[in-house]
Design a protein around this ligand. Structure first.
Ligand code: TXE
Length: 499
């Protein structure tokens, strides 16, 4: 029997993991659904305020009195590498589980998500040995040292679009820098993170890695407003980010926010057009288009626009939609019915605002189960349209035509978001010039997604706060401490000597 059949017959029970033990199987569970089959595959025990309290207390006690915070770098590296190996040993199972739970094609979960989840642990194991502090010796009589200490208990809130990979990045960073954590995955996609916790529980001291599950409004809200946490790292939508920031503000807790995007992908007429076509398609439709860094707001320079747009539309119509477990499937179902209906509403809104439908714009006709929608492309007359301004988070691309470099930079920057910009050109000077003009945290020149963990990933404007990556993660997960040491007896004004 396949894993999907097994889960369909006997949905997995997912509980919290607190202080080294799996707890809490009572109460009415939340049904977790396979978006391709609409079958219940897991029953999620929702952690209430008391259970969140217990998880934070376990993390607090492990941080304050446990061995992890003071463990040597060698010991932390050993554990992080052991977690890497565990993930790789279970890579096939984790990829299949991720695909069943998210609808993301197996080729992508196998080829990218799971290896990347493991790589995060290897990367941070190496990074903690390489990132040093600072020493300032300019003042003759003092030596100033800057060191980084763990921030404490980290609340890690994960999204549903790449649950294992993105949450593993947070867990690996938090643990590498000596913290303890409480993880809350999305209630839509809790399976792989729960399995990860199960797989690595014996590698960590009790209380270092805790897991709570449940809806954002209940479990998530209780966690981020808990006085016992020291910071929260969140990946998700802008509205939720705002709610979490408000909760954190009460306790002056540190936020790290990776929010949405509406990234421009600019195709200049001097680009290698076949290559740019492949790149813009992948940048728009990978991960079923449910990507914060999707480059799905495409601008094409007029001399090549007609030919490029026609080919983009034909390739979009040709995308293979279907069962994400099948090899060859390029687009699986969207995460739930609300998201697929929302995406199709955007096609109507776009048409109402004067955009021309080039491909898709309707439910997927093949099969009567699953939250499938046809990959969609629209030609937009103006960047102010809702389809060019709002994050759609599905297989939906907009195309616009431009004439001048200055004009397209202004249009690309005309967005509330600022996560990523893509530039396609054979003129490297232009690539660099446009890169420095784009108000985004990352610019990719002549390539779709490349994630170099040594660089920080995060957004300008409403795309977030902070950066994830080597130094960015250190800034997120450590407190910076200055220690000023007198090199000998210093001369300073003596007070209270006379009168
Ligand atoms: O995710 P949410 P939603 C964008 C995308 C999508 C939109 C909405 O545009 O259409 O967000 O997605 C938890 N306190 N992205 O609403 O709410 C929740 O349980 C604490 C961009 O389905 O952002 C889940 O674990 N936690 C994106 C996590 O937040 C709360 C990835 C994310 O859910 C909470 C996903 C609360 N009050 C969606 N409310 C990206 N940046 O990649 C919810 N949560």
């Amino acid at each position: 029997m396949s894993l999907r059949e097994m889960l369909g017959k006997q949905p997995k029970s997912v509980t919290s993991h607190v202080g080294g033990r799996f707890v809490g199987a009572e109460g009415t569970p939340i049904e977790v659904v396979d978006p391709a089959q609409e079958a219940v595959i897991a029953l999620l025990h929702e952690a209430d305020g008391d259970e969140v309290d217990a998880a934070v207390a376990a993390a607090r006690s492990a941080f304050d009195t446990g061995p992890w915070r003071g463990a040597s770098i060698t010991e932390r590296q050993r554990v992080l590498m052991a977690i890497h190996d565990r993930i790789m040993d279970h890579a096939a199972e984790l990829a299949e589980l991720e695909t069943i739970n998210t609808g993301i094609p197996l080729t992508q979960t196998q080829g990218m998500h799971v290896p990347r989840a493991a790589h995060n642990f290897r990367f941070f194991a190496e990074t903690i040995n390489q990132l040093g502090g600072e020493a300032f010796t300019q003042e003759r009589d003092v030596l100033s040292l800057v060191t980084h200490e763990p921030v404490g208990v980290c609340a890690l809130i994960g999204p549903w679009n790449m649950p294992l990979g993105l949450t593993a990045m947070k867990i690996a960073g938090a643990l590498a820098f000596g913290n303890t954590c409480v993880v809350k995955p999305s209630e839509l996609t809790p399976l792989t993170v729960a399995r990860l916790v199960e797989l690595v529980a014996d590698l960590l001291p009790d209380g270092v890695l805790n897991l709570v599950n449940g809806r954002g409004q209940v479990t998530g809200a209780a966690l981020v407003s808990h006085p016992g946490i020291d910071m929260a790292s969140f990946t998700g939508g802008t509205e939720t980010g705002r709610a979490i920031l408000t909760a954190l503000a009460k306790g002056i807790k540190r936020p790290a926010m990776e929010l949405g995007g509406k990234s421009a992908s600019i195709v200049f007429s001097d680009a290698d057009l076949d290559y740019a076509l492949d790149g813009t398609l992948l940048g728009s439709f990978m991960n079923n288009g449910q990507m914060c860094l999707a480059g799905s707001r495409i601008f094409v320079q007029r001399p090549v626009a007609d030919a490029f747009i026609e080919r983009f539309a034909a390739r979009t119509r040709n995308l293979k939609v279907g069962d994400p477990l099948q090899r060859g499937t390029e687009i699986g179902p969207m995460i739930n019915r609300a998201q697929s209906e929302r995406m199709l509403r955007y096609a109507e809104t776009g048409a109402g605002e004067g955009a021309r439908l080039l491909a898709g714009g309707a439910p997927y006709p093949g099969g009567n189960r699953g939250f499938f929608a046809q990959p969609t492309a629209m030609l937009a007359p103006d960047n102010g349209l809702a389809i060019c301004q709002e994050e759609i988070f599905g297989p939906f691309a907009t195309l616009q035509v431009f004439d001048e470099e200055e004009e397209v930079i202004a249009k690309a920057n005309d967005s509330d978001f600022g996560l990523v910009g893509y530039v396609w050109t054979e003129a490297m000077e232009r690539g660099l010039r446009v890169s420095s003009a784009l108000r985004t945290g990352t610019v990719l020149v002549n390539t779709p997604i490349v994630r170099d963990l040594r660089t920080g990933f995060g957004g300008y404007k409403m795309s977030g706060l902070g950066r994830e990556g080597a130094k960015g993660s250190r800034a997120m997960f450590t407190e910076e401490k200055a220690t000023i040491i007198a090199r000998g007896k210093r001369t300073f004004p003596a007070m209270g000597v006379s009168g």
